[in-house]
Design a protein around this ligand. Structure first.
Ligand code: EPS
Length: 392
């Protein structure tokens, strides 16, 4: 996979904060802290979120890579402090030792089915599974949303915009089409579940209430739509250059995601070929275009120039208020899994995280295709390619 744009996240859920280092953004891009904060705040919302979101006010500190509001082309590092850190300083201290500071606090030894706890503990040889869960936690996604916001800012310069919405929570499904998302985006942004259909949303809320009463959790499906992609991002020539594969990798790497589909996705497997492919047309103004967009904007691992439509399924969060059976890793006795404070449903947050990883992958493909060390140089290359595409 191309490394022209890459990033690394660091940080534990209850440590001092989350850090992301993003390399490969060209120089000369205007960027404001509040632009990143907007997406961080969006990630914190959604009906069904837990108490942690009452504590945190995710705001970014720009550590490097910018001067006077513009990128320098050097690595950008962003830090999001954890406000909850003040309550965890002893238990999560990078220094000292357990005996002195926290001997009275029991180890986390009852792994939650579905979480990284058990396998992570075996793999890294930990007896305290907190060492696993602190990093496996979906809190890490705050760092990815920050990096995604920088990529979104870059994409804006090329007329690319990214949207998302929730289409399913448990068995409750919004059947509306992605084609209506833009016209209803204000409602989606201001609704408790990022859902387009108000009536379905009410049912979803009831279902979340029911899950909470049961001490249970819920997953669902979200959709990310990206508009304005030029044709030809990604490539068919090598497996790890294919844009659909790279998007799926990014989305699958989000905690609790268990499936990805693009365009018609799994439904495409149920139909005849003539009902699945998108017929090609041409007119002088638009150049080549498709008469439909069932493929979701990607053919042969490359963007077609039509809207990118990608959906992801999230499993219910594995921390249950009414825990499932587990085994204590020290006593080997059958016990109930540990209870941690957690969300009942975090699908709306996952949809915002989905936007971020899609922004990162599209930005990477744009950097690969149009290169340039400065934004101006990248733009010149882009405009020249777009002129060629139009005149073909
Ligand atoms: C999260 C913060 C975490 C969890 C959640 C996501 O905070 P805490 O563990 O203190 O409640 O709410 O993490 C998980 C779903 C998980 O499985 O670890 C966040 O900032 O998104």
């Amino acid at each position: 996979m191309s490394t022209i744009l890459r990033y690394l996240t660091c940080g534990e859920s209850h440590g001092q904060g989350l850090l992301v280092i993003l390399e490969g953004i060209p120089s000369g891009l205007k960027l404001e802290r509040d632009y990143i904060n907007r997406d961080l705040m969006r990630r914190q919302t959604g009906y069904g979120r837990g108490e942690r979101m009452q504590i945190e006010r995710d705001r970014v500190r720009i550590i490097s890579g910018l001067r006077w509001g513009k990128t320098l082309g050097s690595p950008i590092s962003l830090f999001i402090p954890n406000l909850d850190w003040k309550n965890w300083q002893k238990l999560m201290s990078p220094e000292g030792s357990r005996k002195k500071d926290t001997a009275d606090i029991p180890l986390f030894t009852r792994p939650r089915p579905g979480h990284a706890d058990l396998v992570g503990g075996i793999k890294y040889n930990f007896l305290d599974l907190r060492n696993v869960l602190e990093r496996a936690s979906a809190r890490e996604t705050a760092a990815r949303v920050a990096a995604g916001a920088v990529c979104r800012r870059l994409l804006e310069e090329f007329g690319i915009s990214i949207f998302s919405r929730v289409i399913q929570i448990g068995g409750e499904k919004d059947e509306s089409s992605w084609k209506d998302v833009l016209d209803n985006y204000e409602r989606i942004e201001n609704s408790p579940l990022r859902c387009m259909d108000e009536i379905v949303e009410k049912k979803m809320i009831e279902l979340i209430n029911k899950a909470k009463q049961r001490g249970d959790t819920l997953g669902g499906i979200f959709e990310v739509i990206a508009l304005g992609l030029p044709p030809g991002l990604g490539s068919y020539v090598q497996w790890d250059l294919k844009l659909d594969a790279r998007l799926a990798f990014g989305i699958m790497s989000i905690q609790a995601i268990i499936g990805v589909e693009i365009g018609m996705g799994f439904k495409g497997a149920l139909h005849f070929g003539s009902e699945v492919q998108d017929e090609i047309a041409y007119d002088k103004e638009r150049g080549f275009y498709r008469l439909s967009n069932r493929c979701g904007g990607i053919e042969g691992g490359m963007s077609t120039g039509e809207p990118l439509v990608i959906r992801a399924a999230m499993k219910p969060i594995s921390t249950l208020a009414k825990p499932l059976r587990s085994v204590d890793i020290l006593s080997k006795k059958q016990v109930k899994a540990a209870k941690e404070r957690a969300d009942v449903c975090a699908v709306p947050a996952a949809s915002v995280i989905g936007e971020a990883v899609v922004a990162i992958e599209i930005a990477r493909a744009m950097r690969e295709k149009f290169g340039g060390d400065s934004l101006e140089e990248m733009r010149r290359n882009y405009l020249s390619y777009m002129k060629y595409v139009r005149e073909r």
